[in-house]
Design a protein around this ligand. Structure first.
Ligand code: FAD
Length: 468
């Protein structure tokens, strides 16, 4: 009997799939945005997909995995872009998407199971007391809250409340460990960071408490500008303006908006740079004045349209963050993207400087977000891919101008750059996963403590056989 057979015998009664296309399908995520990861991860596949019905099932699965040395990779909806939920060493993919109840709502906080979808969480918060999530991903219809906290960054709301790791966004985590006798650990306050953005390598969330804020009626607006710097200055000013409540501010350079936002093409002129905003209905008058002051024009607004005219039109949520990249890839499959944080000092100066340095293989896409209380840009430039080396060169050009690169063409936590895994992080992993069976290959500090992330070359997990 193989270890996997013994594992399956031990979890008798819990639903699993080990045959058919579903096994491969649930072993993949949106890593195909990256031509680099496409080559690396295409062959990785789980042996079995396990579908627990609740916390007791999860604890049983983790105990059996420990007993038989089977790797376990948690999975929400598999919408991550860096292969976060791809099981590099096979084993179990733990499908948490059906485990999606909302268990408590109170002023300022909501408690959910990991499979809950942001759209459902938001709706429940609205229905019970006009609240909404502080931060949610643009994949709010499909992604899960567990996957967002373990593998995501920020999104709608980050212009007001920062990224997920900013205080007040994730309040508590309840996690299951992978030990001989799995335990439940509850983390709150600053301790939640030990288990956040660790790609499920430090335990499996069984419950999350997330921050809520007062709900608004959001209006989607597209403002067009003839000059890119005018669009950028408007985005920066509106993000900073305390008198105008906004939840999302993105700026995308021409000709991308006209070429790639095909559903909105009739509203956009060919050479127009576009600022996409979600603005509170109560702030619209002030917003209109700001657009005019910055030499822009409102070219699209949902509040003045009939419901029938809105049918089939994507919302701003589905045009910003990595939906922008997706719309680019749909028009030209050779494009990919980068992720770059601009320094908060002199943001507009950096934007202008970079504009002169990049050629037409790079389309500027800026997401205005709050970092340490200050507005800056989390840029997600859409890049025409030629070679891996050229991607690295473009990243270097950003770094030379003081930007911080979060490389979306790497599958490890460290190379992705959002989180440094120091000794405290490794110690916490030792506590929650002493055998290193949770999502192997994703935390370099655990796999190969001597590896230098700044070496410039890509970390290749020995357990993974890249396609030649
Ligand atoms: P998955 O991809 O299933 O998993 C992500 C990571 O979390 C994996 O490492 C997995 O092992 C781990 N994990 C899942 N569940 C658990 C659990 N219960 N316990 C422990 N670990 C767990 N990201 C953003 O941050 N902001 C955006 O605005 C955004 N926009 C996107 C737009 C598009 C078009 C696409 C394709 C992706 C986008 N993403 C964005 C990336 C992704 O959609 C989000 O991060 C999303 O929240 C991930 O959720 P998921 O359920 O799909 O997670």
């Amino acid at each position: 009997m193989t270890n996997i057979d013994a594992f399956k015998a031990d979890i008798a009664g819990i639903d699993f799939r080990d045959q058919g296309a579903i096994v491969q399908q649930k072993s993949r995520d949106f890593f195909w945005y990256s031509p680099v990861l496409r080559r690396q991860l295409d062959k990785a596949c789980a042996d079995v997909i396990v579908i627990p019905q609740g916390e007791a099932d999860i604890l049983r699965v983790l105990a059996a995995a420990y007993r038989h040395d089977i790797p376990v990779t948690a999975r929400g909806a598999g919408t991550g872009n860096f292969g976060q939920s791809v099981p590099l060493s096979g084993g179990v993919v733990l499908d948490l998407s059906p485990f999606d109840a909302i268990t408590d709502i109170r002023p300022g906080a909501i408690v959910v199971q990991p499979g809950a979808k942001p759209i459902a969480v938001d709706q429940a918060a609205r229905d019970q007391g006009r609240q909404e999530l502080r931060v949610r991903p643009t994949t709010h219809r499909t992604a899960t809250m567990g996957g967002f906290v373990a593998g995501g960054i920020g999104g709608i709301g980050s212009v007001r409340y920062g990224t997920l790791s900013d205080p007040g966004n994730v309040l508590k985590l309840r996690i299951a460990t992978l030990e001989a006798e799995p335990r439940i650990i509850e983390l709150s306050g600053a301790d939640v960071f030990k288990a956040m953005h660790t790609y499920g390598t430090t335990g499996v969330y069984t419950e999350l408490e997330l921050g809520l804020t007062e709900a608004h009626d959001w209006v989607d607006v597209l403002a067009g500008f003839d000059r890119f710097m005018a669009a950028s200055r408007f985005g920066y000013d509106i993000a900073n303006d305390e008198g105008v409540v906004v939840n999302e501010v993105a700026v995308i350079a021409a000709p991308f908006p006209y070429d790639s936002f095909i559903h909105h093409q009739k509203y956009i002129r060919t050479g127009q740079h576009v600022c996409l905003v979600k603005v509170a209905a109560s702030s619209l008058a002030a917003f209109e004045e700001a657009v005019a002051r910055h030499d822009g024009e409102i070219i699209f607004r949902t509040d003045e349209m009939e419901c029938t005219d809105l049918t089939g039109l994507p919302s701003v949520d589905e045009m910003v963050w990595n939906h922008t990249t997706l719309r680019g890839i749909r028009m030209d499959p050779t494009v990919t993207y980068l992720q770059v944080l601009y320094p908060a000092e002199n943001v507009l100066g950096v934007i202008e400087n970079l504009l002169g340095k990049m050629n037409d293989e790079v389309t500027t896409h800026l997401e205005f977000i709050r970092v340490g209380g200050k507005i800056t840009c989390y840029a997600m430039p859409v890049v025409r891919y030629t070679t891996d080396d050229r991607l690295d060169e473009i990243n270097l050009a950003y770094e030379e101008l003081g930007c911080r690169v979060f490389n979306p063409h790497r599958y490890t936590i460290e190379e992705g750059g959002m989180k440094a895994t120091d000794e405290a992080q490794v110690a916490f992993k030792r506590e929650t996963d002493p055998k290193g069976l949770l999502n192997p290959g994703k935390m370099i500090a655990w796999e190969d403590p001597d590896y230098s992330v700044s070496s410039g070359s890509m970390y290749l997990f020995p357990g993974l056989e890249p396609r030649t």
